[in-house]
Design a protein around this ligand. Structure first.
Ligand SMILES: [Zn+2]
Length: 401
């Protein structure tokens, strides 16, 4: 006998960006959604007589994707611990990674894309740690990110190997990675608003690097802020721009035309503006950076850029799991509807990380991976801080709520 169950939910956000549906009967068979049908009031009265579980006070949405995290780092503002976690050996890092994955799952996040750590601990954890075996979350890991000698990136990666080009280094070192991560600019300045840093690599190096990744069927994510670093990453046909602060309208238009993803990580600047001491000059710049990024997100939405939601969790004040709520709110502040931002955080995210066949939309035949939150959609995104239930492949995940 196959396992079948039925849930009646008050509202459904299906992940396609389409309108929210009312009174939906969701039927699950084994690990798949068999159907998701909107019920008319007459039919609803009959349904309530049966053994179907009544969750009509709840909203159901697809399992979410955080497309940019750093699992070896916590978002703590304890500066001593922040320093210490960078030097952790694998045995100290592994339990921290487990804890962070649990924090993601308990906010309805069922897939994360890691943007790198300097020791490659997260990739090792994914490949061989018994703690991860059977854990109900999709983890995609870059391993070590790549940065140019003398430039920003030591915290999350390494420079190309001695005597080898960036592309050759990728071919040699990224055999087991899920994607490639390249850093092609500096960080945002908190001293001078909008100050840009030069690209880290030449466009020909970037082109060869993206090509080297493609030869192993790997996509390339590029950390890039500022007009030129982003323009060069796009010229190299990278698959996603990470952060993209101050990239400008022309780059956004190009991204829409090329169908490339943007992961704006706006909550990083919100976190800074909350963590920095009152009156600090940096506080003011962080706020201006955030405002500018929200304007860029608004323009990207109008222009048709594919956006995915990523948080940069692990950065200062950016907590795994909880920060997705902040990022969703910022997309909404920039003009996205709730349905629209959930699409960015489900269907778009799963497409970016190569999981659209198993994740991202609530439709018949899709995997039964979804989140149920208390209350109507107006309680979102906050309701994700404590979902009623999280299901992965038809199984209710205990301890995830
Ligand atoms: Zn990052």
């Amino acid at each position: 006998m196959s396992k079948i169950f039925h849930l009646l939910v008050g509202h459904l956000i299906d992940g396609t960006g389409g309108p929210i549906k009312r009174n939906v009967l969701l039927s699950v068979e084994e690990d798949c959604i068999r159907s998701a049908k909107e019920m008319r009031p007459e039919a609803l009265a009959k349904v309530k007589d049966t053994a179907i579980e009544d969750l009509s006070h709840c909203t159901l949405l697809p399992g979410l994707v955080d497309a940019h995290v750093h699992l070896t780092m916590s978002g703590t503002n304890d500066m001593q611990f922040r320093q210490k976690q960078l030097t952790f050996g694998y045995t100290e890092a592994a339990p921290l990674i487990s804890k962070h994955l649990h924090q993601h799952l308990s906010h309805g996040i069922v897939a994360v894309r890691d943007g790198g750590d300097s020791n490659g601990h997260t990739l090792r954890y994914k490949l061989e740690d018994p703690l991860f075996k059977g854990y109900p979350i999709h983890l995609k890991a870059a391993g070590k990110a790549w940065h140019a000698p003398g430039r920003y990136g030591r915290l999350i990666g390494r420079t190309p190997l001695e005597g080898l080009t960036l592309a050759e280094s990728i071919t040699q070192e990224n055999r087991q990675s899920d994607h490639i991560k390249i850093i092609n600019s500096g960080l945002n300045s908190l001293k001078h608003f909008g100050k840009e840093t030069p690209p880290q690599f030449h466009v020909s190096e970037l082109k060869a690097a993206v090509q080297a990744g493609l030869e192993h069927h790997l996509k390339t994510m590029v950390h890039a802020n500022g007009i030129l670093p982003v323009a060069q990453a796009l010229e190299a046909a990278c698959h996603s721009i990470e952060h993209g602060f101050f990239m400008g309208k022309t780059n956004l238009e190009k991204m829409a035309e090329m169908g490339r993803f943007w992961v704006p990580t706006a909550c990083t600047m919100k976190a800074y503006s909350e963590e920095l001491p009152a009156g600090a000059q940096e506080l003011d710049i962080a706020r201006q950076n955030l405002e500018h990024q929200l304007d860029q997100i608004a323009y990207a939405r109008k222009t048709g850029v594919l956006l995915a939601v990523g948080t940069d969790s692990g950065g200062l004040g950016i907590h795994h799991g909880a920060s997705i709520v902040e990022e969703l709110k910022l997309f909404i502040a920039a003009g996205f509807s709730l349905e629209g931002v959930i699409q960015c955080c489900s269907a778009n995210g799963s497409k970016l990380i190569g999981l659209s066949d198993v994740l991202g939309e609530i439709r018949s035949g899709a995997a039964a991976t979804f989140v149920i939150t208390a209350g109507p959609p107006s309680c979102l995104p906050d309701a994700l801080n404590k979902p009623e239930r999280v299901y992965v492949n038809g199984n209710m995940i205990s301890g995830a709520h």
